[in-house]
Design a binder for this molecule. Structure first.
Ligand code: FES
Length: 101
């Protein structure tokens, strides 16, 4: 599955790639064009989602990602939204591709 989200505030971009086997995220990678907080949250969400079922990964919220990093400065919170949104987009992409086959 592949998810890509842009941040309209700053124009930054995050992509998440997942490999799913038996309903679990076997592997996950990111490519981020953005600020330090965006890169940190991309990296953190790959750690959080690896090995999880799709349902569990879907429940990872924007706040969970920021909490896992021990918080972000308030003006950087919007950067952490990209990570959860990109992960969820990748899962939805996987599910919609699977339906077609
Ligand atoms: Fe753009 Fe952080 S400033 S994602």
């Amino acid at each position: 599955g592949y998810g890509r989200v842009g941040n309209p505030v700053c124009g930054d971009l995050m992509e998440i790639f997942i490999k799913v086997r038996d309903g679990k995220i076997e592997d996950i990678k990111f490519r981020t064009f953005g600020c330090g907080a965006a890169i940190a949250t991309s990296s953190m969400i790959t750690e959080m989602a690896r090995g999880k079922s799709l349902e569990e990964a879907m429940r990872i919220t924007r706040n969970d990602v920021a909490d896992a990093l021990d918080g972000l400065p308030p003006q950087k919170m919007h950067c952490s939204n990209l990570a959860a949104d990109a992960l969820h987009a990748a899962i939805n992409d996987y599910l919609s591709k699977k339906q077609k086959h």
